[in-house]
Write a protein that binds this ligand. Structure first.
Ligand code: HSE
Length: 436
């Protein structure tokens, strides 16, 4: 059978990784796919760099339309990133009848509904394993491996940059800013690291996973997104003393009232496997009603780990290329006419536990005042620690862990607590999940 011809948009780190993995493992891949897969065209604005990487093995062009207009190309790989040019090219390629493989989580989380609708109309596949957690085959697991299950929740460490920063802050007791600079020096964080450290990148990935897990459309705009920039080394240390680690988690949970979709720093018990995922590694916990809790761990970024996912998609698309579009695995796991309109819960309605840190005057009655406010808001305390005052000071830190409470009640209680004259600082509040 003649080889599947592939056109690649963007030959940066992941693009060159894909080129190399495909070339190196060609023989095995042919044995798996049943036919050869060849990247025969590459479009990149930096044609000199592209030529250096492909070394004559593919035609290099500055113009992506050369690929879209070539009737011999069956699949395009989009590795440009961003929402604008990438969206236009992907939609154009689909309209030209090409299958698409993409690693672009921002694009799918924000324009996925439009892109999948266009793909269905043309009977082509849009494959995106590389968009979530790099080399970890989490899309395949959620969409196919766990298809027997009603998924109850997902909790993931899905941004390596912020996990690296939190690991370093905990292990070395350093402040956020110092570790961020180190992450930039090591090349983990971008020069503009906003999407990584503000939780946006994780929310893109969580949005994609939630659609597949629950059979809902992509709803990035409804996700609650908080990053790690306000975390202090002090909170990380106090959490540790109480037996918890702080991780930037993406959580999607089905509840009676709707779906929770949230990214924020979270205390999790240090003894959980996922609490021990350190550095730039990623991990995703998925709880299904039949299988129980399952965990997927691996490299969430990098040239060859991400290429591993891109090439897996190429093989998948190659296998189904000639299959009847009506009988392929649906893009979002559920049949497109059976998506649910389950609401995404506003963050105020979410019920979880909380870590609260307050700086207070060390005098009689302070705790009574605070616990009265919590009781008035139906918030029950699970554990509490009062730190020793520093030498010669009359102020102390109090750390409280609560049982499950509704977020808007916690917000109301915090506003009242902060107004007490004996409370000397803003209340630091971090959500806590037991992940049982
Ligand atoms: N910037 C991402 C991370 C990798 O730090 O995990 C690509 O999604």
């Amino acid at each position: 059978m003649k080889p599947i011809q592939v056109g690649l948009f963007g030959i940066g780190t992941v693009g060159s990784g894909t080129f190399n993995v495909l070339a190196r493992n060609r023989e095995e891949i042919v044995r798996r796919a049943g036919r050869d897969i060849v990247i025969s065209m590459v479009a990149d604005l930096d044609t000199e760099r592209a030529e250096r990487i492909v070394k004559g093995r593919a035609v290099v062009t500055r113009n992506a339309d050369d690929i879209i207009g070539n009737p011999d190309i069956d699949i395009v790989i989009e590795l440009i990133g961003g929402y604008t040019v990438a969206r236009d090219l992907v939609l154009k390629a689909i309209r030209a009848g090409k299958h698409v493989v993409t690693a672009n989580k921002a694009l799918l989380a924000t324009h996925g509904n439009e892109i999948f609708a266009a793909a269905r109309e043309k009977g082509v596949v849009v494959a995106f394993e590389a968009a979530v957690a790099g080399g970890i085959p989490i899309i395949k697991a959620l969409r196919e491996g766990l298809t027997a299950n009603r998924i109850e929740w997902i909790a993931g460490i899905i941004n390596g940059t912020s996990n690296f920063i939190l690991s370093e802050m905990r292990e070395r007791g350093l402040p956020f800013g110092d570790v961020l600079r180190e992450a930039q020096r090591l090349g983990y964080a971008e020069a503009d690291p906003t999407f990584d450290i503000e939780g946006v990148d994780a929310a893109h990935k969580l949005t994609i996973m939630s659609a597949i897990a629950f059979g809902i459309p992509m709803q990035f705009g409804a996700a609650h997104v908080e990053g790690i920039t306000k975390l202090t080394a002090e909170d990380i240390r106090y959490a540790e003393e109480l037996g918890y680690r702080i991780k930037l988690l993406g959580i999607a949970r089905r509840t009676a009232g709707g779906i929770e979709l949230r990214v924020h720093p979270t205390l999790i018990p240090a003894k959980r496997l996922i609490a021990n995922v350190e550095g730039v590694m990623n991990a995703v916990l998925v709880k299904g009603d039949a299988v129980g809790a399952t965990m997927y761990y691996g490299a969430g970024a990098g040239a060859e780990p991400t290429a591993s996912a891109v090439v897996a998609d190429l093989v998948d698309v190659t296998r189904v290329h000639t299959a009847d579009p009506e009988h392929r695995v649906p893009h979002l796991a559920f049949q497109p006419d059976r998506l649910a309109n389950t609401p995404i819960l506003p963050i105020g309605e979410v019920e979880t536990s909380y870590y609260l840190r307050l700086r207070v005057k060390d005098q009689p009655g302070v705790l009574a005042d605070i616990t009265r406010v919590l009781a008035d808001n139906n918030i029950s305390i699970d554990a509490m620690v009062q730190k020793e005052p520093a030498e010669g000071e009359d102020q102390v830190d109090i750390i409280m862990l609560t049982h499950l409470a509704v977020e808007k009640r916690v917000d109301a209680a915090i506003a009242r607590i902060e107004a007490l004259p004996v409370v000397l600082s803003k209340v630091a509040r971090i959500r806590l999940e037991e992940l049982r």
